[in-house]
Write a protein that binds this ligand. Structure first.
Ligand SMILES: Cc1cc2nc3c(=O)[nH]c(=O)nc-3n(C[C@H](O)[C@H](O)[C@H](O)COP(=O)(O)OP(=O)(O)OC[C@H]3O[C@@H](n4cnc5c(N)ncnc54)[C@H](O)[C@@H]3O)c2cc1C
Length: 456
């Protein structure tokens, strides 16, 4: 008899992990605290409740990295995607669902599975023995979060994200911007040129401040306290405190010489810092914000050098419990200090329903493989799931780690061949390559025993 796999949290990730492991033939105990213990965002006691939007975003598996994740999850018989497909609503190119019918169906399918036992109630301590997946999400209960913190160290578990926007490097105009670290600090040439700098004249700065102050902002939700204001003020709040505040904060121009025009001193400088080992993504330093997404794009494109910027993700500040996964998790998503515990979902530092469910899918499969004594590697990094895992478990800069959506900037760059040019062809090349690699992983990394599986 195979040992049981315990999963804490019946959200997007925990539900998917339970399904994958059970379909592979491993008995699962799924622990969920709702409805006994609630959160400020959930309304029901159902599994996989969608706390806000009812959309799984783009369903385009050729041109969009989220759509590609959908494809991979469907290919792997994912519970979340196959159930979403049953309850989809017309939404253009997006996959939107009837949220109540969707969660009720996920709940029914999990409860009906012969290898899944569901148990109500909050888990308040880190399990010492057995095999566990922790998938307690952005609103992990306080007691469990404290227990995780005691294990990982205070700095390794965050309670809020303060996300600065992330820009695709290739969309930055390097005829305007230049590479230089402040005061040319660093031992190596790479360190001395670690930042990309965007200069502003006084006039450009004043226009930018006006736009920041006038932009549409998102209000804080009930239950989201403003504690995180210490040390990570949204830029628009800084701008409201004084027109010069940003110029003496994240936009200070000191220690920098414009490589394109060395004689002219910039009035203010916006700095971008490399966000991944591949060098394809850059975050705008200190630019966490509560501006609405449409306003962010408009305002940030006022920055010289970013006039054509494309964003891998926009900024935000939310209540969000997440690990410093690059330092804490191994590539199999196990806690390095206690490998009998895996993490999955948003708590690992991915962001969004789809990404969270995808991480649940992989964690469920890898945990099942381990329990069944099979040697299964994580999905290759050419796949959407593999690219996300590689990012959170190693590629991302640990010191500035913030939650990440899936995007093509996480994939190993691809040389477009055979006359393929332009972004559309490149994205198609990424998704073609990913599908092939994922199919291969599924085939060769299959965890299911011959007699397992109930078929969806
Ligand atoms: C307010 C808010 C709005 C959001 N809006 C969106 C959106 O519009 N679109 C989007 O894609 N993403 C959104 N997200 C992110 C979203 O939460 C995640 O994308 C997704 O739900 C995370 O999946 P998960 O499985 O990691 O966590 P969840 O889906 O939150 O599941 C975690 C589960 O663990 C349970 N749990 C927590 N602690 C314990 C414990 N100690 N013991 C037992 N059970 C426990 C919780 O009750 C919950 O059911 C939002 C997040 C928040 C907080």
């Amino acid at each position: 008899m195979t040992e049981k796999l315990h999963i804490i949290g019946g959200g997007m990730a925990g539900s998917e992990a339970a399904w994958q492991a059970a379909e592979a033939g491993v008995p699962v105990v799924l622990h969920e605290m709702r409805p006994q213990v609630g959160t400020f965002a959930h309304r029901t006691g159902d599994f996989a409740e969608m706390v806000c939007s009812n959309s799984f975003r783009s369903d385009d598996d050729e041109q969009n990295a989220v759509g590609l994740l959908h494809w991979e999850m469907r290919a792997a018989g994912g519970l979340i995607m196959t159930t979403a497909d049953r309850h989809s609503l017309p939404a253009g190119g997006a996959l939107a669902v009837d949220r109540d019918a969707f969660s009720a169906d996920v709940t029914a399918r999990l409860r009906a599975h012969p290898l899944i036992e569901t148990v109500g109630g909050e888990i308040t301590e880190l399990p010492r023995e057995g095999h566990w997946i922790i998938a307690t999400g952005p609103l992990t209960s306080g007691a469990l979060a404290e227990a995780i913190r005691a294990e990982t160290g205070a700095d390794a578990l965050a309670f809020f994200d303060a996300i600065a926007p992330i820009v695709y490097a290739e969309s930055i105009d390097m005829d305007v911007a230049w590479r230089q670290s402040r005061y040319d600090k660093g031992e190596t040439e790479e360190e001395r040129t670690a930042y990309i700098n965007c200069p502003m004249t006084r006039e450009q700065y004043e226009t930018f401040i006006d736009a920041l102050i006038a932009a549409d902002k998102t209000e804080f939700r009930e239950g989201e306290t403003a504690k995180y204001f210490d040390g990570c003020l949204p830029i628009e709040v800084m701008a409201e405190r004084g027109r010069e505040t940003l110029r003496f904060g994240p936009m200070k121009p000191v220690g920098l010489t414009n490589a394109h025009d060395p004689a002219v001193k910039a009035y203010a400088v916006v700095q971008l810092r490399r966000d991944n080992a591949l060098g394809t993504l850059y975050n705008i330093v200190g630019f966490q914000t509560k501006m609405k997404y449409a306003a962010q794009t408009e305002v940030f494109r006022l920055i010289p050098g970013l006039q054509d910027a494309r964003f891998a993700r926009l900024g935000g500040i939310h209540r969000n419990t997440f690990l410093n996964s690059p330092t804490l998790l191994d590539p199999w998503m196990r806690l390095r200090s206690r490998p009998n515990i895996r993490f999955a979902g948003q708590v690992t530092g991915v962001e969004g329903y789809v990404e969270s469910a995808a991480m649940g899918l992989v964690a469920g499969r890898l945990a099942a493989a381990e329990l069944l004594g099979r040697d299964v590697p994580p999905p290759p990094r050419e796949t959407a799931m593999g690219a996300l895992i590689a990012h959170i478990t190693g590629d991302a800069e640990a010191t500035t780690f913030q939650p990440m959506n899936v995007n093509f900037g996480l994939f190993p760059p691809i040389e477009a061949k055979g006359g393929r040019r332009g972004r559309k062809d490149r994205y198609r090349a990424y998704t073609d390559r990913a599908k092939e690699a994922f199919s291969h992983w599924l085939q060769h990394g299959s965890v299911a025993s011959a007699d397992a599986g109930t078929a969806a």
